[in-house]
Design a protein around this ligand. Structure first.
Ligand code: AMP
Length: 288
């Protein structure tokens, strides 16, 4: 059996634009899936999901330096371009876009996109500057590719809210889709950073989603939400997580923490981050 053909790769904005312009001349609808590579089935699910809405799918792979803090894992972030391309060969991806850092941030570039409000808490508070980097790179990717649709995973729930905010605020003509959070067999949210976990840490990591599921089951109208959050934090520490950055029940649109749930409440979500060794694990679930 022959393996499926690898999708073509472009490395420059000019080549990307030429390809997209040719598609647009044919009247084709174009989708974009921004990633930092080290692709797993969570990323591939986004390719499948957006292909249902578009005729051509671009997957960008760029480990974006401006969204990493000075003491974060930019240098050791896994870079697996060849393996990524092979994985994409099994998907409807039409083109892979792998720009260099110099292509994205040429000397002299100083502009940043900064989003207020929805970036205040959670990842925005713990990783200063992170969402400026995300908003800047996603704006650039959207303006480079000019897709009709772009998709981002609900795995990074706050990031999706930030992207929806600046796309609306800057009148960027693109539809933003949210992709379902994809999990491993034991329920751990799939993540490129799971590769950093040792075997014993990986076993502990599998408890994270179970503890959040229990919280979701108890988060009924009238329940004491702060008590549920505290109980989840205690359980996470008890099963072996080193620390918990937050477990918070929030309004799913504004991400403001909720005091109570009322019958027929607006969509709510629990957002959580817990640390295991050097890894911060993110998870979130719908409530109700
Ligand atoms: P990353 O490469 O980590 O920047 O992720 C690229 C895109 O894939 C982002 O929109 C993420 O939210 C999304 N993504 C990452 N992990 C998952 C997952 N487990 N399920 C769904 N989407 C994901």
């Amino acid at each position: 059996m022959t393996s499926p053909a690898l999708p073509p790769v472009v490395h420059t904005i000019a080549d990307l634009r030429a390809t997209v312009a040719a598609w647009k001349r044919e009247g084709l609808r174009v989708g974009l899936v921004p990633t930092m590579g080290a692709l797993h089935h969570g990323h591939l699910s986004l390719v499948d999901a957006i292909a249902k809405h578009t005729d051509r799918v671009i997957v960008s792979i760029f480990v974006n330096p401006t969204q990493f803090g000075p003491n974060e894992d930019f240098d050791r972030y896994p870079r697996t371009e060849d393996a990524d391309r092979e994985k994409l060969a099994t998907t409807p991806a039409s083109l892979v876009y792998c720009p260099s850092v110099a292509e994205m941030y040429p000397e002299g570039a100083t502009t940043r996109v900064q989003v207020a409000g929805v970036t205040d808490g959670f990842e925005g508070a713990i990783r200063p500057g992170h969402f400026d980097g995300v908003a800047t790179i996603v704006t650039k990717l959207l303006l480079q590719a000019l897709p009709d649709v772009a998709i981002f995973g609900e795995k990074d729930f706050q990031q999706l809210a930030v992207i929806r905010r600046f796309v609306a605020d800057l009148d960027i003509p693109v539809d933003i889709l949210g992709g379902t959070l994809i999990r491993e067999e034991d329920g751990l949210a799939a993540s490129s950073r799971n590769a950093y976990l040792s075997e014993s840490e990986r076993a502990v990591a599998g408890q994270f989603n179970l503890i959040l599921k229990a919280l979701v089951a108890d988060a009924k109208p009238g329940a004491d939400l702060r008590a549920l959050e505290k109980a989840a934090v205690s359980k996470l520490l008890a099963v072996g997580f080193q620390s918990v950055d937050y477990v918070s029940i929030v309004d799913a649109a504004s991400l403001t923490p909720l005091e109570t749930l009322t019958p027929g409440h607006a969509p709510a979500r629990v957002l959580a981050v817990a640390r295991l060794g050097a890894v911060r694990l993110l998870d979130n679930m719908a409530i109700g």
